[in-house]
Design a protein around this ligand. Structure first.
Ligand code: PLP
Length: 281
């Protein structure tokens, strides 16, 4: 597998960065994950735009332009022969003497790699996933896509220890989002998902799915919802770049609907995949 490291395409054994890199020492870095379907990048523009925003919120310069970034993504997809999978991109502030203040002279570091992954024929999409709710113990700027992912990892492990597949995190009695996805419930014919803010990541898939839902005349409410509301919802689902739309079939052991993937989630998954295939670049 070929990786991209600071300007060079290298074999993965040679893909190395400094121990002084602030991404390693301070989680001082941001990332994006773009899915690949039929060898094409899905919503590259959305991911590039969010990346610029994450960088600017952290006053971190970008080592590449948007066009260069697209070229690197495409080059890696081609060289690694990715038909279905993902491209992972990470930018860190770079290597400097360890100090809490941002260094003024560090050159930002950039790393990309690919992964082959089955996205369409997903067993989890077919069967639906089981969710438990856990406290949201992350930092307060979840709108920035940083590589600081330890709490979501802990929450995922705790969910698995409880016999579930994933966790929805809860703050002040309301669901924020999943460990690596946005969370939705369906009440009657209305799709409910938390409004954007510093409490959640503005999912690129969320943006597309809400647009498709509105175009299909579905009703959408962007507001916070409680765990109790979720447990008694007619349907629930999650979205992310690599899972698209994934139905949720139980929350804290309560069956959602009849305990099988619901029609709204299934339809949105179909629309999302169809539209993404058409729009991939
Ligand atoms: N929320 C969190 C915390 C995430 O980590 C992710 C994706 O990794 C998402 C939401 C979904 O974002 P996207 O649809 O851009 O993948």
């Amino acid at each position: 597998r070929i990786c991209y490291v600071n300007g060079d395409y290298v074999a993965e054994e040679d893909a190395k960065i400094s121990v002084f890199d602030r991404g390693f020492l301070f989680a001082d870095g941001v990332y994006e994950v773009t899915s690949v379907l039929g060898g094409k990048l899905i919503d590259f523009d959305g991911h590039a735009t969010r990346l610029s925003r994450s960088l600017s919120e952290l006053a971190m310069p970008s080592p590449v332009t948007r066009d260069e970034l697209l070229d690197i993504h495409r080059e890696l997809v081609t060289r690694n022969g990715i038909e279905e999978g993902l491209v992972y991109l990470q930018i860190t502030r770079g290597a400097a003497d360890r100090d809490f203040a941002y260094p003024t002279d560090a050159a930002p570091g950039i790393v990309l790699f690919t992964q082959t992954k089955t996205l369409i024929e997903s067993p989890a999409a077919r069967a639906g996933i089981r969710i438990v709710s856990l406290p949201d113990a992350r930092w307060g700027r979840r709108d920035i896509k940083t590589v600081q992912l330890l709490y979501p990892s802990m929450a995922k492990m705790e969910a698995k220890a409880q016999g579930a597949d994933d966790a929805w995190m809860v703050e002040d009695g309301h669901v924020t989002e999943g460990t690596s996805n946005n969370a939705y419930i369906v009440k009657g014919s209305t799709i409910v998902t938390r409004q954007l803010g510093t409490e959640i990541l503005a999912g690129i898939t969320r943006n597309a799915v809400l647009r498709f839902a509105r175009e299909a005349q579905m009703k959408v409410e962007e507001r916070a919802f409680t765990v109790e509301e979720a447990e008694s919802a007619d349907e629930a689902f999650v979205t992310s770049a690599t899972t698209f739309v994934q139905p949720v079939v139980s929350i804290n052991g309560s069956e959602i609907g009849d305990g099988t993937p619901g029609p709204v989630a299934r339809r949105l998954r179909e629309i999302y995949i169809e539209e993404s295939r058409k729009a991939g670049i």
